[in-house]
Ligand binder design. Structure first.
Ligand SMILES: NC(=O)c1ccc[n+]([C@@H]2O[C@H](COP(=O)([O-])OP(=O)(O)OC[C@H]3O[C@@H](n4cnc5c(N)ncnc54)[C@H](OP(=O)(O)O)[C@@H]3O)[C@@H](O)[C@H]2O)c1
Length: 302
């Protein structure tokens, strides 16, 4: 099968399209014919040589960890799904390929209304947004500050918090202010003067924070005097020394089914900002690595 692999770490140029053996589904797994994989900063960081604590990196590796496609075969004991089902999910590595073997507990059926691109986005970063909003217990009456709100995770977190009845203030570049407003947030621009803009946008006081940017965003959130139990970061490894939270929670088929249903009913929109063919996955990595843009960059496997 065709797959985007890297044999050594480095810039996007280390990615190559290779012919590799297709995986065979183990007991409890299904084989997915992948249609779309979405690209995350996790993918670009691992490709650059960063070692995640959550997964072993053994080269060569097939990149990609959020996907959608159609079930091509069932492994032994895989029940509850059928060949031909449209599914999505998240799996560490391997989804930028024609086929992916994945535990059935990690996938969910994609409602007809949603495209493969939307489903792939929700399968990974979308689930992270869902998980953190649940983990933080964002609810009606909260004033929720989201740093990096226009990104893959932030966009979903904003919409879920708005649906829960919270007021949301979200940061983004000047180019993404209208996008943030469209998600239901009060948009503000990050950078110099951020603290004053937060205080002006939320004079009643921020009650809960999701930091998807790190650095100054997190420092300013702490300086606002918010309960550190309600300040979470997914982007700043100083969280322990700073005494703030790093949310963890299952991202699996059950969570994804819930999120896909919310998307099918219009509560959450999954904005796809750019689509690349598999041959151009290096360009998709370049764009994601730059760290700016509204919504998600995806790659069609074809
Ligand atoms: N995706 C996941 O499931 C996941 C899981 C765990 C952790 N993370 C981490 O969480 C972070 C965000 O992930 P993502 O997938 O949402 O990223 P993304 O889609 O690449 O979006 C990055 C966002 O950061 C914003 N941004 C850039 N510079 C900023 C600054 N100085 N201050 C505030 N915002 C800034 C960008 O806004 P503009 O475009 O408006 O500049 C953009 O919306 C990354 O560090 C990622 O590694 C992601």
């Amino acid at each position: 099968m065709r797959a985007a692999i890297f044999r050594r770490t480095g810039g996007p140029e280390v990615l190559e399209i290779a012919d590799v053996p297709a995986p065979v589904p183990a007991p409890g797994e299904v084989l997915v014919r992948v249609h779309v994989t979405a690209v995350q900063q996790f993918d670009t960081a691992v490709r650059s040589g960063w070692m995640p604590t959550t997964a072993e990196v053994k080269l060569p590796i097939i990149t990609g960890n959020e996907f959608s496609g159609v079930i091509a075969a069932l492994g032994p004991d895989a029940m509850g799904f059928a060949v031909g089902d449209r599914v999505a999910g998240r799996h560490t590595f391997g989804s930028a390929a024609e086929f992916l073997a994945v535990p059935m507990v990690d996938i969910a059926v994609v409602p007809e209304k949603l495209s493969f691109a939307e489903a792939a986005y929700l399968g990974g970063s979308g689930q992270t947004g869902h998980m953190v909003v649940e983990w933080l217990g964002v609810t009606k009456g909260d004033v929720f500050l989201v740093h990096g709100g226009s990104g893959g995770v932030g966009s979903v977190a904003i919409q879920l918090a708005v649906a829960a009845g919270a007021k949301v203030v979200a940061t983004g570049s000047a180019a993404n202010q209208d996008y943030l407003r469209g998600l239901g947030a009060t948009p503000i621009i990050y950078g110099e003067g951020l603290r004053q803009r937060i205080e002006a946008a939320a004079p009643e006081g921020v009650t809960v924070v999701l930091d998807c940017a790190g650095g100054e965003s997190l420092d300013i959130s702490i300086a606002l005097g918010i309960d550190k139990g309600r300040i979470a970061t997914i982007a700043d490894e100083r969280y322990k020394e700073l005494g703030v939270q790093w949310p963890t929670g299952a991202r699996n088929g059950a969570r994804l089914a819930n999120l896909l249903a919310l998307a099918a009913s219009g509560v959450v929109k999954a904005n796809i900002r750019q689509v690349f063919p598999l041959d151009q996955i290096a360009e998709a990595h370049r764009i994601v690595e730059a760290g700016h843009g509204a919504g998600k960059v995806v790659v069609e496997i074809g």
